[in-house]
Design a binder for this molecule. Structure first.
Ligand SMILES: [Zn+2]
Length: 104
């Protein structure tokens, strides 16, 4: 198995949510960068980039999933209940909690 880097997450939280998303598509993900940051003790782990690596045979599928994620993250939507604007990476309204799926 040979690994290729498919994404550089801005923090460990994003890395883990992307890992979970890829795993639902049956893609095995290896995270790199976290152990390095906690070893130095100079910076909190969440401000250092964490990279996502997948098997080269799953690279094309992984990139497709990630491209979809990025497109969603960049698009904002408006809650039908309270009219609040939410980022595309939110699945529910951050203010009142109405799920996005019920709006569309
Ligand atoms: Zn709302």
């Amino acid at each position: 198995m040979s690994l290729v880097q498919v994404y550089s997450a801005s923090n460990s939280l994003e890395a883990h949510s992307l890992k979970g998303m890829l795993e639902t598509e049956a893609i095995d993900v290896v995270l790199k960068g976290e152990t390095l940051s906690s070893a130095t003790g100079e910076l909190p782990a969440d401000v250092l980039a964490v990279t996502l690596w997948v098997d080269v045979v799953q690279e094309a599928v992984a990139r497709k999933v990630l491209a979809h994620y990025e497109a969603q993250s960049n698009a904002v939507w408006w809650c039908s209940a309270c009219q609040e604007e939410s980022g595309g990476n939110f699945e529910i309204c951050w203010q009142c909690g109405v799920p996005r799926a019920e709006i569309e």
